[in-house]
Design a protein around this ligand. Structure first.
Ligand code: NAP
Length: 279
């Protein structure tokens, strides 16, 4: 390698959650000795102006990966922005070319959260081949790509969404259950087959003390955290039921989230190696 890999992160406006995510991403880059540049155009930026920034990053030799933090403000045509990225530098794996490669199982950057989930299953030696996998959620960034990756790993995959009848019944068939819904603790014990592996992708902020008491069954630690910060995080799966019924599970926080950042770093290093002709 002739230089450190470089990641450019574009953070538009002042979305508080996005600022936290971007801070973690930039810090991880620096901790690993990678170059990281954060661009912070104002909330009022137009699609044309943002396209100009993307074009400049596409042309830069020292930038191996470009991440445009979503969601973008309403006036921005997000799909146009994602299409404008050089697919080779699209370390989030959202460009239609890279999505096509995912469908066709061709090498290309994969969406970070789904790729992290597969890494986690493999590294914990959780069998996937021939297993029943149920994914709740069909978003472009989690539900669809993780379903395809599980399919490529030879699981039998069912994708569920808000119109799926008898969701608990379908989920109970899962050896591997992935919840990517965005609804706090929606997946309770009735949805979990005893011993199943449960991947909780949800990241929901609870701001009601009553909800914290109900979901965490009066846990003194969580209540103390809530009283200190005014909010606590919970996934899409009921944390107490998950701990009781699952054979293995990812906690929130600390499960899928850090893996997403790890896979972003992986995609950036791979892009740098490809561009520098190292691999
Ligand atoms: P999204 O785009 O809002 O998609 C949510 C999906 O859940 C949709 O497909 C929706 O179905 C489905 N759904 C909603 N209510 C449902 C219900 N009652 N029953 C069954 N399905 C239902 O969300 P996302 O972007 O995939 O994110 C999901 C969660 O993961 C969020 O909490 C997000 O913050 C979190 N997340 C975490 C990470 C991480 O790194 N940890 C990364 C990405 C996302 P329809 O399609 O029918 O509407």
């Amino acid at each position: 390698m002739k230089r450190a890999p470089g990641l450019a992160v574009v953070l538009v406006g002042n979305n508080a959650a996005s600022e936290v995510y971007v801070r973690h991403k930039v810090k991880t880059c620096l901790d690993l000795g990678m170059c990281s540049q954060k661009l912070t155009p104002p909330d009022s930026i137009s699609t044309e102006e943002l396209l100009e920034i993307v074009d400049q990053l596409n042309a830069r030799d020292d930038v191996d990966g470009i991440l445009v933090q979503l969601p973008l403000p309403k006036q921005i045509d997000s799909k146009r922005i994602l299409r404008a990225l050089d697919p080779e530098k699209d370390v989030d794996g959202f460009h239609p070319y890279n999505v096509g490669c995912l469908v066709a199982a061709l090498p290309a950057p994969r969406a970070c959260t789904p790729a992290g989930i597969i890494q986690l299953l493999k590294r914990y030696h959780i069998p996937i081949v021939g297993k029943r996998a149920v994914v709740v959620g069909r978003s472009d960034i989690v539900g669809k790509p993780v379903s395809l990756l599980l399919l490529h790993e030879h699981a039998t995959v069912t994708i569920c969404h808000s119109k799926t009848p008898d969701l608990p019944g379908v989920c109970c068939e899962a050896d591997i259950l992935v919840a990517a819904i965005g609804r706090p603790a929606m997946i309770t014990g009735d949805y979990i087959k005893p011993g199943a592996t449960v991947i909780d992708v949800g990241t929901n902020s609870l701001t009601s003390r009553e909800e914290v008491v109900r979901i965490f069954r009066n846990s003194p630690d969580r209540l103390a955290a809530f009283d200190k910060r005014g909010s606590v995080l919970v996934g899409d799966v009921d944390p107490i039921d998950m701990a009781e019924k699952a054979g293995a599970y990812t906690p929130v926080p600390g499960g899928v989230g850090p893996l997403t950042i790890a896979m972003l770093m992986f995609n950036t290093v791979e892009s740098a190696e490809r561009r520098l002709g190292v691999c």
